[in-house]
Design a binder for this molecule. Structure first.
Ligand SMILES: [Fe+2]
Length: 405
């Protein structure tokens, strides 16, 4: 893959003094107060080092990547909390020198030790089958102005299917991930809840693991920022998959202890008034999921898969419950739209609109704002610790009949 034509075509490769590597990344897959994980791929097996420095104090450090063929993972430890760093990646060329082929200096900022307030972005279903996909890039171009601590996709980044290979260098990854996000993921960690299109074949799963090497075997994981606990579930195809994750999920929620907020991400939407309203893959298991979320004080659940924006009134499982859960479907940022018709439990539904959600988190307030690709507000909602919003008691019959189907 040293053809110059391909290098120009992808705009992601670099040429230095006749030596060209095809490169994907760099991108962050993890960031804490004292640690960062950065990944970059090369089409050839070359040595790589990262140079990084504290922007203020200019203490330059260098670290070699873990040797893993053409995939380079940098686990950087000992960072100073609340500090901006610059970094660049050098590759060994055929004269034995380490060269900055991309001529690109990147930055990231470690969160402060006492993280009182932060924002994150959630969005999903950004895969785009057009030959020159632009919609995801347009959405992604808005992200940095909100200074998100991390970005998470609710899944279906890729087309998958026949497009899937085990390589990070195939067109699907290039057009639907690396290119539209290239100016974002080099500075902000990008996380994902696996979608069905990421995992629809063994090759697709291999490719997914190649690009997200820090994900656990099961693709279920949790993390915490400040006093908020985040849990990511691997439900790419059907809500029934939750059954095998339930015990782990409950344990993670128990571990969240005194967290101010509990936020969950998954691909399949447990609640939707869109295409999958009556689909058994959605219906089977969702009541158990709601019950588990209510009992374990989950505050907010983001999902995708149904291609629209939908926010529901906070839901309880029964009249006796003293806690309600806010469900949001964020499932359109590049793929084909599905229509969601408002029903009894709908608080807001927006169709045919690429969008993303910005959530600002403080100790006592969780503020959600959804924007379209022109940065216009399409919905907003707030959860406040002082105000208990019990929303509505869930009744599946009502949800289905409200659509008259
Ligand atoms: Fe999906």
């Amino acid at each position: 893959m040293r053809l110059l034509s391909l290098v120009i075509l992808t705009c992601l490769s670099c040429v230095t003094a006749g030596y060209a590597l095809d490169i994907r990344g760099p991108y962050l897959t993890g960031l804490e107060s004292g640690e960062a994980t950065i990944v970059v791929h090369t089409d050839e097996d070359v040595e790589a080092v990262i140079e990084y420095e504290d922007r203020k104090n200019k203490n330059l450090s260098q670290k070699k990547a873990s040797p893993a063929g053409g995939r380079h993972i940098f686990n950087i430890e000992g960072l100073t909390p609340g500090t901006e760093y610059t970094y660049r990646i050098l590759f060994k060329d055929n004269t034995g020198n380490f060269v900055d082929q991309s001529k690109q200096t990147n930055t990231f900022s470690t969160p402060p030790q006492n993280l009182d307030e932060f924002s994150f972005i959630a969005y999903g279903d950004s895969r785009d089958s057009s030959k020159k996909p632009k919609r995801h890039e347009l959405i992604a171009s808005q992200f940095l102005k909100y200074k998100p601590l991390f970005i998470i996709s609710t899944g279906d980044i890729l087309l998958g299917g026949k497009s899937a290979t085990a390589s990070a260098f195939n067109d699907d990854w290039t057009l639907n991930f690396f290119r539209p996000l290239r100016n974002v993921i080099n500075s902000v960690p990008y996380l994902v809840s696996a979608g069905n299109h990421e995992l629809d074949s063994p090759e697709a799963e291999q490719g997914f693991r190649q690009v997200f090497p820090t994900l656990k075997e099961s693709f279920n994981y949790s993390f915490r920022y400040g006093r908020t606990s985040f849990i990511v579930l691997n439900t790419p195809n059907r809500m029934k998959e939750f059954q095998s994750q339930k015990q782990w999920f409950i344990k993670e929620l128990e571990k969240a202890g005194n967290a101010d907020w509990r936020v969950v991400f998954l691909h399949v939407s447990p609640f939707t008034n869109g295409k999958y309203l009556k689909n058994s893959w959605t219906l089977d298991g969702r009541e158990d999921f709601l019950k588990t979320c209510v009992e374990n004080k989950v505050d907010l659940v983001f999902s995708g898969h149904d291609h629209s924006y939908q926010r529901f009134h906070p839901l309880r499982f029964s009249d006796n419950d003293s806690h309600a859960v806010l469900f949001v479907v964020t499932g359109l940022a590049g793929t084909n739209a599905y229509k969601a018709e408002p029903g009894e439990f709908t608080a807001q539904a927006v169709n045919n609109t690429d969008h993303f959600c910005v959530v600002n988190v403080t100790h006592d307030r969780l503020s959600l704002k959804a924007y379209n690709n022109n940065n216009q507000l399409i919905d907003e909602a707030m959860l406040s610790k002082g105000e208990i919003n019990l929303g509505k008691v869930w009744q599946s019959v009502t949800m289905e009949s409200s659509r008259g189907q």
